[in-house]
Design a protein around this ligand. Structure first.
Ligand SMILES: *[C@@H]1O[C@H](CO)[C@@H](O)[C@H](O)[C@H]1NC(C)=O
Ligand SMILES: *[C@@H]1O[C@H](CO)[C@@H](O)[C@H](O)[C@H]1NC(C)=O
Ligand SMILES: *[C@@H]1O[C@H](CO)[C@@H](O)[C@H](O)[C@H]1NC(C)=O
Ligand SMILES: *[C@@H]1O[C@H](CO)[C@@H](O)[C@H](O)[C@H]1NC(C)=O
Length: 510
C-alpha cells in the first residue's frame, strides 16, 4: 500500500515538474528563445490554438508582426516571418531541402492517397503535380470556359430579380462558386443558384471540414484528424455518391469533366491510378476551389463599390472596350485579359484580403538555417502568412493598408515592383503555388467586369461590411449589399443565350 502511494506521489510530482522543466527549456535554453513574441506562445502551442478557435488568426498575425517585427515566435517550435529574404529561402523553387511542415498531414487519409497539395515528399509531389497540372493550365481552362456560361447567366438573372433589395452576397457568391465547380468537376451544377439556396448544404459541410482539419493540423491530433472528421462523411453523401457513380461509369460521361481527366491519370509505371485517388483529387477541387473563389469575389466587390474613384476609372476602361465592341454580354476570360486596370484592381483586392488566413508552414532542413540573424535548428517550423506579409511596409510602402491598384501600375522603381510581385502570396509561393489559380481567375475575370458594367451595388455597412471567421480560409460572412441592374445597360437576354450545357456565347470565341 505504502509503495503504491509513494509511486502516486512521485507520479504527481513528476506531472508538476515536467511542465516547469518544459517551460524553463523554452524560455532559457531553446534556440528560439531570442525570437520575439508573446510569452504564452513561446511556452505552449495552445495559445495559437486559442486564436484558431476564435477564428481571428488573420487579424492576430497582422498585429503580432506590427508589434514584434519581421520574425515572431508563435508557438514553442514555430516562427512566423514576413521577411522577403526569408521567403526566398523557405519557399524557393525545385530542389530546395525545405519541405512542407507536418501540418499538411491533417489532410492525409487512412489510405496512402492524399491530394497533391498535401504531399510533403518532394519527389512524389512532383509526380502528382505533373499529372494534374495540365488540367489547370491556361489552355485547358480556356477550353472549359464554355461550361461556366450557364452558371454566370443564372447568377446575373438572379441579381437582376433582386431589384435593389438588400441581400446576402456571401450566399450568392458561394452558390455561384459551388455551381461552377459542379459543372467543371461533375458535368452538372449543384443547382444552388437555381433554388436560391444551398440545397445540399455544401457550404456548411465544406466549411466545417476545412476548419476542423486545418485547425487540428496545429496540434498532434492531426495524425488522427481523418478519423474524427473524414471528408467523405462530412461532405454530403449525395455529392460523394455522384462522384462515385461517375468514376465507375467512366465511358458514359458525355462531356469533358475534371473527373474524367483525373481518371486518365497514370502512375509513373503507366498503370491507371486507384479510384480513391480520383475521388481524393475531385473532393479536393470542391473543398479548395469553391469557397476561396467566393471569398475573393466578395473582397473585390467590396473594395470596388466602396471606392468611387476606382469604380469610375474601371467603368472608363470597361466603357472604352464596350464602345470598341470588345465585350460580350457576359465578358469572356480572353476579353478580360485585355482590361489592364481590372486586373490590378483584382490583384490589389486579393492583396488586402487573401482567401487563406493561415501561414503556409515549412520545415527547416536538417542542417538548420540562419535567417534575419536568428539561427533556426533543423525541424523548426517557419511559415509566412499572406495577411501579414501583404501589410509589410518595407514591401508595399507606408500606404500598404490602402486599396490603391495603381501601386501595381505606377511603380517607378523596377526593383520595388519585383519585390512586390515576389511577395504576393494570395495564391501561395514558389513551387507550391495554387494549382487552381487559372481556374479561379477565369471565374473572377468573367463575373466581375460583367457585374461592374451592369449593376450598381451598395455595400450596406461599409465600415464593417462582414464578419470574418478564419479556419484556414478567411470566410467573410454576412456580406449584405443592395444590388440593382443599371438602367443604361440592356438586360442579358438581348445577347446570345447560352444553351445550358455547352457551346454557347464563348465556346466559339477566338
Ligand atoms: C448568408 O449566407 C451565408 C452563406 O450561405 C450563411 O452562412 C449565412 O448564415 C447567411 N446569413 C444570413 C443572415 O442569412
Ligand atoms: C444532402 O443533400 C440532400 C439533397 O440532395 C439533402 O436532402 C440532405 O439533407 C443533405 N444531407 C446532409 C447531411 O446535408
Ligand atoms: C479610353 O479611351 C480614351 C480614348 O481612346 C483614352 O484616352 C483613355 O485613356 C481610355 N481610358 C481608359 C481607362 O482606358
Ligand atoms: C502615377 O505617378 C505619377 C508620377 O509618377 C503621378 O503624377 C500620378 O498621379 C500617379 N497616378 C496615380 C493614379 O497614382
Amino acid at each position: 500500500m505504502s509503495g503504491l502511494s509513494q509511486l502516486l506521489t512521485r507520479g504527481i510530482l513528476c506531472l508538476c515538474i515536467l511542465p516547469i522543466i518544459y517551460v524553463a527549456y523554452q524560455r532559457i535554453s531553446s534556440p528560439l528563445k531570442v525570437v520575439p513574441g508573446p510569452y504564452l506562445a513561446s511556452v505552449t502551442p495552445l495559445w495559437r490554438v486559442y486564436h484558431v478557435i476564435r477564428g481571428d488568426w488573420h487579424d492576430q498575425i497582422v498585429q503580432l508582426h506590427q508589434k514584434y517585427g519581421q520574425y515572431v515566435r508563435i508557438a514553442p517550435n514555430e516562427v512566423s516571418t514576413i521577411s522577403p529574404s526569408a521567403l526566398r529561402v523557405a519557399y524557393s523553387h525545385s530542389g530546395s531541402p525545405w519541405i512542407k511542415d507536418t501540418w499538411y498531414q491533417t489532410w492525409w487519409g487512412p489510405s496512402p492517397y492524399h491530394p497533391a497539395f498535401a504531399e510533403t515528399e518532394v519527389q512524389r509531389h512532383r509526380i502528382m503535380r505533373r499529372r494534374v497540372s495540365k488540367l489547370y493550365s491556361m489552355s485547358y481552362v480556356l477550353g472549359m470556359q464554355c461550361y461556366t456560361d450557364r452558371v454566370l447567366q443564372r447568377f446575373f438573372q438572379q441579381m437582376r430579380s433582386l431589384r435593389g433589395e438588400s441581400t446576402n452576397m456571401t450566399k450568392w457568391t458561394q452558390l455561384f462558386a459551388f455551381d461552377i465547380i459542379g459543372e467543371l468537376a461533375f458535368g452538372d451544377w449543384f443547382g444552388g443558384l437555381d433554388a436560391a439556396k444551398d440545397n445540399h448544404q455544401l457550404g456548411h459541410w465544406v466549411f466545417l471540414t476545412i476548419t476542423a482539419h486545418a485547425s487540428l493540423g496545429w496540434t498532434w491530433l492531426r495524425a488522427g484528424s481523418v478519423f474524427f472528421f473524414p471528408v467523405r462523411l462530412l461532405m454530403n453523401r449525395s455529392l460523394y455518391a455522384r462522384a462515385r457513380v461517375q468514376i465507375t461509369t467512366f465511358p458514359l460521361v458525355e462531356r469533358n469533366t475534371l473527373i474524367l481527366q483525373f481518371q486518365a491519370m497514370k502512375n509513373p509505371d503507366g498503370s491507371v491510378v486507384h479510384p480513391r485517388e480520383i475521388l481524393t483529387e475531385t473532393a479536393n477541387v470542391v473543398l479548395a476551389g469553391a469557397d476561396t473563389t467566393a471569398i475573393s469575389l466578395r473582397a473585390v466587390i467590396y473594395y470596388v463599390y466602396t471606392n468611387p474613384r476606382i469604380y469610375a476609372q474601371l467603368l472608363r476602361e470597361i466603357g472604352n472596350a464596350t464602345r470598341l465592341g470588345k465585350l460580350s454580354p457576359i465578358v469572356t476570360f480572353q476579353e478580360a485579359l485585355e482590361l489592364d486596370y481590372l486586373q490590378v484592381v483584382i490583384k490589389e483586392a486579393l492583396r488586402l484580403f487573401p482567401a487563406v488566413g493561415y501561414q503556409l508552414p515549412r520545415l527547416v532542413p536538417p542542417g538548420g538555417a540562419t535567417l534575419g540573424g536568428y539561427y533556426f535548428p533543423g525541424g523548426t517550423t517557419i511559415g509566412t502568412n499572406a495577411w501579414a506579409l501583404h501589410r509589410n511596409t518595407e514591401i508595399y510602402g507606408s500606404d500598404c493598408d490602402e486599396f490603391r491598384p495603381e501601386r501595381w501600375l505606377n511603380q517607378s522603381d523596377p526593383n520595388r515592383l519585383r519585390m512586390m510581385e515576389d511577395c504576393y502570396g494570395s495564391f501561395g509561393f514558389g513551387s507550391r503555388t495554387c494549382l487552381g489559380k487559372n481556374l479561379a481567375l477565369m471565374e473572377m475575370y468573367r463575373l466581375l467586369p460583367t457585374l461592374f458594367r451592369d449593376f450598381d451595388v451598395e455595400v450596406c455597412n461599409p465600415q464593417n461590411p462582414w464578419k470574418v471567421t478564419t479556419g484556414w480560409f478567411a470566410f467573410s460572412n454576412e456580406f449584405q449589399v443592395r444590388i440593382s441592374a443599371r438602367d443604361d445597360v440592356p438586360p442579358l437576354s438581348h445577347g446570345p443565350v447560352a444553351s445550358g450545357k455547352a457551346n454557347s456565347v464563348t465556346a466559339d470565341h477566338e
